[in-house]
Write a protein that binds this ligand. Structure first.
Ligand code: SF4
Length: 608
C-alpha cells in the first residue's frame, strides 16, 4: 500500500435485494487522483450509475465515502460524503455530513459503503466491525427520525453507537426527505427518499478498530496547535453558531424575505443571533472530535410554541423565518423540530412554504388547496401546518413533496415564483445582493447550493476584497472557492476548522504527510479542480448544459423593491458575462461541457 495511514483500505458493498454483502479493496490510483470523500464518491457514481437510472430505480445506489482524515485524532475529522441520484433534482447529488457515522464506519474497517438493490420488506442494517446483519424494520414504520435513531441504538445495545435513520416523509417518498445522521444530516437533495425507495429505515454501527496514521507524534502536535488556534479564531461559531450571519446578511440586503420578493426583513429584531443566544439557546453540541461546537440546541420556553426544541442553523432560521415573513423565533424552532421529526430538509421546506404563501396571497391557490390553512406570509401556525402537509403528502403538500422540479413540471405557470436552479431551491442568500453568489447557485454541481457552489460571503461581503456588484473576476473567484471546497470535502474535515490546519486556498503544512505518509499537500488544489470537473462531466452525461445554469425569472427580471439594495437587478446579460468568464476559467465550452483538452490536462482522461 502506498499510504501509511488515513485509509483503512476496504469498501463495504451491501445488496439489499439479495441480503448479501462483500468487501472490495480501495483503488489506490483513484485515491491518488481524487483523495477519497467527495472525489471518490463521484468516481464510483460515474462508474456505476448510468444516465438512464432514475432516483427510485432499484439500480440507483448510495455511496457513503470517508476521507483520509475522517476519524483521525485531529479536530473535526467528522465528515463523510454521499453520492446518489437525487430524487429532488433528478440528477447527480453529492452531500456532506458530520456526526459520528463516518468515523464509526472507518472504525468498522471501511473507507466507504455502497448500498444497492431494494429490500423486499422494510429493513435496517446493523454493522458490527466487519459483520452486517439485515434486520426487520417493519415495527419501526411511522417512527419519526429521532425515535428511529433510538430504536437502532437500543438494538445494537449502545446509546453512543453511530446511526442514521429516516422519518415518515421518506417512507412516503417525499423528495425533500433527508437522512438523519447522529446530530447532523445529509440534508439536501432527498437522500432520505432514496432510503425510502429501498425500504431502508436506517443503519447502526459499532466498530472497535483504530485508524492508522503515519506519524502519531506529529499528528498530536498538530492537533494541540489547531485546538489552541480554534479557541480564538472560531469564538463566534462557538458562541452563536451559524446564526451569527443573520443580522449582517439582513443589514447588507441579502436576506431572503417573503419568498425572495425582497431582500431585507424589517422585523429582524426578534429573529437574530442575540435573540437565539439570550432567549432560546439551551446548549451547544459538537460533531466528532470538535472543540468548536457550533451546533445550537434551542428550546422555546414561552408562548404558543413552548416546549419546542431543535438544532437550529442560519439557513433554517432565514428560510423558515424571514422567507416566510415570520418574526417569531419560537415558531422557527417549532418548524425546525417538525421538519426533523418528519425527516425533511428545512431549507427545501422553507422554500416550499414560502412558495405556497406567495401563491395564496396572489390568489393562485385557495384554502381548498391548503386544507383550510390561511397561508399568508407571517402566519407562523400556517408555516408549521404546511410543513405537515408536505410530510404527509396531503392537499398541496402532495405536489410540494415532489420538490421544485416536480412543481415546475406540473404547474409551469407558477415558475415565476419558484426560486431554484436545476430543481434545487435557493439557499438563504439573495444573489441580487452579491453577484458571485448567483454564479455559485448557477454552477453548483447539485443545484442552487452555497456550499458545493462556493461560499462567496467572505470574499464579497465581509473582506472588502471584491466589489459585490462587480461582474469581472467573479468567474475566477467562484471557481477557486469551489475547488477549495471540493478538496476539503474529500479530506473528511469540517470546513469551519480548515484554516487551523492550513487547508486554505494555498494549502500548506504537514497534516497530510503526518496522516497518510504521502505528500498530498501541493496537489490538493489540482485535485479539487479535478473533482469539480468530474462532477460536471457526470452532469453533462445526464443532459445538463448552459441553459440549466441560469437563474430563475425573479432574479433576472425583478428589481429588489425595498431595503439596502433597493433597485438592484441582475440581468441575464450581466449574468452571462460572469458565466462566460467562469467557463473559460474552467476550460469548459460555451455550453458548459468540459473540453477534451481540459479533461486531459486534469488527468481525467485516464479515469473515465
Ligand atoms: S464546527 Fe460545527 S459543523 Fe464543524 S465539526 Fe464542529 S460542530 Fe460540526
Amino acid at each position: 500500500m502506498i499510504f501509511k495511514g488515513g485509509y483503512v483500505g476496504k469498501i463495504l458493498r451491501v445488496d439489499l435485494s439479495t441480503k448479501q454483502y462483500k468487501t472490495e479493496p480501495v483503488n489506490e490510483d483513484h485515491l491518488l487522483k481524487l483523495l477519497g470523500g467527495r472525489g471518490l464518491a463521484a468516481k464510483m457514481y460515474y462508474d456505476e450509475i448510468g444516465p438512464e437510472v432514475k432516483p427510485f430505480d432499484e439500480a440507483n445506489k448510495i455511496f457513503f465515502i470517508t476521507g483520509p482524515l475522517t476519524g483521525v485524532n485531529l479536530p473535526s475529522t467528522t465528515k463523510f460524503q454521499l453520492s446518489t441520484r437525487s430524487p429532488e433534482t433528478g440528477m447527480y447529488l453529492c452531500s456532506n455530513c458530520g456526526g459520528d457515522f463516518g468515523p464509526g464506519l472507518k472504525q468498522c474497517g471501511f473507507d466507504g459503503m455502497i448500498i444497492e438493490g431494494k429490500a423486499s420488506e422494510w429493513t435496517y442494517l446493523m454493522i458490527r466491525d466487519g459483520d452486517v446483519s439485515f434486520c426487520d424494520a417493519r415495527s419501526m414504520l411511522g417512527q419519526n427520525s429521532h425515535a428511529a435513531m433510538n430504536t437502532l441504538k437500543e438494538a445494537i445495545g449502545d446509546p453512543k453507537a453511530a446511526a442514521m435513520s429516516v422519518g415518515p416523509a421518506a417512507e412516503r417518498l417525499v423528495r425533500i426527505s433527508y437522512i438523519n445522521v447522529d446530530t447532523r444530516a445529509f440534508g439536501r437533495g432527498g437522500g432520505g427518499a432514496v432510503f425510502g425507495s429501498k425500504r431502508l429505515k436506517g443503519i447502526v454501527l459499532k466498530g472497535s478498530g483504530t485508524i492508522p496514521v503515519a506519524d502519531k507524534e506529529k499528528v498530536d502536535e498538530i492537533r494541540k496547535a489547531a485546538v489552541r488556534d480554534l479557541r480564538d479564531s472560531r469564538a463566534n461559531h462557538t458562541k452563536y453558531g451559524t446564526a451569527q450571519y443573520i443580522e449582517p446578511i439582513n443589514e447588507l440586503g441579502c436576506m431572503p424575505t417573503r419568498n425572495f420578493q425582497t431582500t431585507y426583513f424589517e422585523k429582524s429584531d426578534t429573529v437574530n443571533a442575540d435573540t437565539m443566544y439570550e432567549e432560546y439557546l439551551e446548549k451547544n453540541y459538537a460533531c466528532f472530535h470538535c472543540t468548536v461546537a457550533c451546533g445550537k440546541v434551542c428550546e422555546v420556553k414561552n408562548g404558543p410554541f413552548a416546549g419546542a426544541r431543535a438544532r437550529t442553523e442560519y439557513e433554517t432560521v432565514a428560510l423558515l423565518g424571514p422567507n416566510c415573513g415570520i418574526d417569531d423565533f419560537g415558531a422557527v424552532v417549532k418548524g425546525n423540530q417538525l421538519c426533523d421529526e418528519m425527516g425533511i430538509d428545512t431549507m427545501s421546506a422553507g422554500n416550499a412554504v414560502a412558495l405556497t404563501m406567495e401563491l395564496y396571497e396572489r390568489g393562485l391557490i385557495t384554502e381548498q388547496d391548503t386544507d383550510g390553512i390561511e397561508a399568508r406570509f407571517g402566519n407562523a401556525q400556517a408555516m408549521i401546518d404546511i410543513i405537515r402537509l408536505i410530510a404527509e403528502r396531503r392537499c398541496i403538500g402532495d405536489l410540494l413533496a415532489e420538490g421544485m422540479a416536480g412543481v415546475a413540471r406540473e404547474r409551469p405557470e407558477w415558475r415565476p415564483y419558484i426560486l431554484a436552479v436545476k430543481g434545487m431551491p435557493f439557499a438563504a442568500y439573495d444573489p441580487r445582493g452579491f453577484y458571485g453568489n448567483a454564479l455559485t447557485y448557477g454552477t453548483s454541481n447539485r443545484g442552487a447550493c452555497h456550499n458545493v457552489g462556493g461560499w462567496t460571503i467572505r470574499a464579497e461581503l465581509q473582506s472588502g476584497q471584491y466589489d459585490r456588484f462587480a461582474l469581472k473576476g467573479k468567474g475566477a473567484l467562484v471557481k477557486s472557492i469551489q475547488d477549495n471546497r471540493a478538496y476539503v470535502d474529500s479530506l473528511g474535515l469540517c470546513t469551519v476548522v480548515r484554516g487551523s490546519m492550513n487547508f486554505s486556498a494555498q494549502p500548506d503544512g504537514e497534516v497530510m504527510t503526518s496522516v497518510t505518509g504521502y505528500d498530498f499537500t501541493p496537489l490538493l488544489l489540482a485535485i479539487g479542480s479535478r473533482i469539480y470537473t468530474l462532477e460536471r462531466l457526470i452532469l453533462s452525461r445526464e443532459g445538463i448544459r448552459r441553459k440549466d445554469d441560469m437563474m430563475p425569472e425573479r432574479v433576472f427580471k425583478e428589481a429588489v423593491p425595498s431595503g439596502p439594495i433597493k433597485g438592484r437587478v441582475l440581468t441575464e446579460e450581466m449574468y452571462a458575462e460572469m458565466l462566460d468568464e467562469y467557463y473559460d476559467e474552467r476550460g469548459w465550452d460555451k455550453d458548459g461541457v468540459p473540453s477534451e483538452q481540459t479533461l486531459a490536462g486534469l488527468g481525467l482522461s485516464d479515469l473515465i
